[in-house]
Design a protein around this ligand. Structure first.
Ligand code: SF4
Ligand code: SF4
Length: 308
């Protein structure tokens, strides 16, 4: 399987362990990543607030670059960031719905000999795993099942809202896919109140206390539900929930110590990669329970759990 891969700039900059773990996990799954290294930021919703056409043009350009790879044999376009997915889905909705607008945007893209053709399949890694790769095939790849590891899913709002734009319906319950993946990897899903709530990131620069209070509440909910860790498909959620956790902890009476994993890291653990190989040593909140689990599981696989 081959994907036109858009890692997003946060996974390359602020959370390099996300792109790093995806790069380790892909070959183990038999997925070839063709990185769209000429693509640019999705605008993260911020550009669209000020200039919708500019945001749509930037995203149409990325889609057009991906469509060049699709023409050469890639199966779909894939990202590893809920926020990218949300911003790109919004642009795609506008572009696909209106041929006149699409033609107008394509006039700009023509300067680079690019054209966006309506209807690209652009999926977050989470969606791709369930819908294209398949949970049965994923299970076959598991060499170190997450038995006994209690994992709280944290979606991030850009990948679950609005449901119709993001293709969430009875046939595609994308807002429960994290639970399906955790189960396929052999872990225990922890249900908790914050799993589908916002992490607070978008208001961090304007209302820091309110933002981190939201993060603290979600983390505390997972902790109260006895999760060993949280897993998220969104690096921006990761920034608020992990990087900012020491500050968020000061805004709540309960002590917080909740490790937050990126989705490819969780998959990597079950595929036998060591905590260090997937960059668990890069996190602010040390995922001690996860590493203890990893080092205590003897699965007879090549990769070793210790040494982080
Ligand atoms: S949405 Fe975020 S991660 Fe995605 S490209 Fe933009 S800033 Fe980077
Ligand atoms: S939960 Fe926060 S960072 Fe994550 S997608 Fe939502 S707003 Fe963005």
């Amino acid at each position: 399987m081959k994907v036109a891969y858009w890692p997003g700039c946060v996974s390359r900059g602020f959370t390099p362990e996300l792109h790093g773990s995806m790069a380790q996990v892909a070959p183990k799954l038999g997925i070839e990543l063709v990185e769209l290294d000429r693509a640019c930021c999705t605008g993260a919703g911020v550009i669209a607030e000020h200039n919708q056409e500019l945001a749509d043009t930037l995203n149409a350009r990325t889609f057009a670059l991906a469509q060049q790879e699709l023409a050469k044999g890639a199966d779909l376009m894939m990202n590893i960031c809920s926020t990218c997915q949300g911003a790109q889905s919004e642009s795609q909705e506008r572009l696909d719905a209106n041929k006149v607008y699409r033609d107008h945007v394509n006039e700009t893209l023509a300067k680079e000999n690019l054209t966006y053709q309506q209807g690209i399949a652009n999926k977050n890694f989470l969606w791709m795993l369930v819908e294209d790769y398949g949970l049965d095939k994923l299970k076959e790849k598991v060499v170190k099942p997450l038995t006994g590891l209690k994992v709280g899913p944290f979606y991030g709002c850009y990948i679950v809202r609005p449901a119709d734009r993001l293709g969430i319906d009875d046939e595609n319950p994308r807002d429960s896919y994290l639970s399906l993946v955790i189960e396929a990897l052999g872990g225990t899903v922890i249900d908790y109140a914050g799993s589908h709530k916002c992490c607070g990131f978008p208001i961090i620069t304007m209302k820091k206390e309110a933002s981190l209070t939201m993060a603290a509440r979600n983390l505390g909910d997972a902790q109260d539900a006895d999760a060993d860790c949280i897993v998220t498909p969104c690096p921006l959620c990761h920034l608020n929930l992990d990087l900012q956790q020491p500050i968020a902890a000061k805004l709540t009476p309960k002590p917080l110590n909740m490790p937050v994993l990126h989705l490819p890291q969780l998959v990597g653990l079950a595929l036998g990669l060591s905590p260090k190989e997937i960059g668990l040593n890069k996190h602010v909140v040390k995922p001690t329970a996860v590493v203890d689990w990893s080092t205590s599981v003897i699965a007879g696989v090549g990769a070793e759990g210790g040494g982080w």
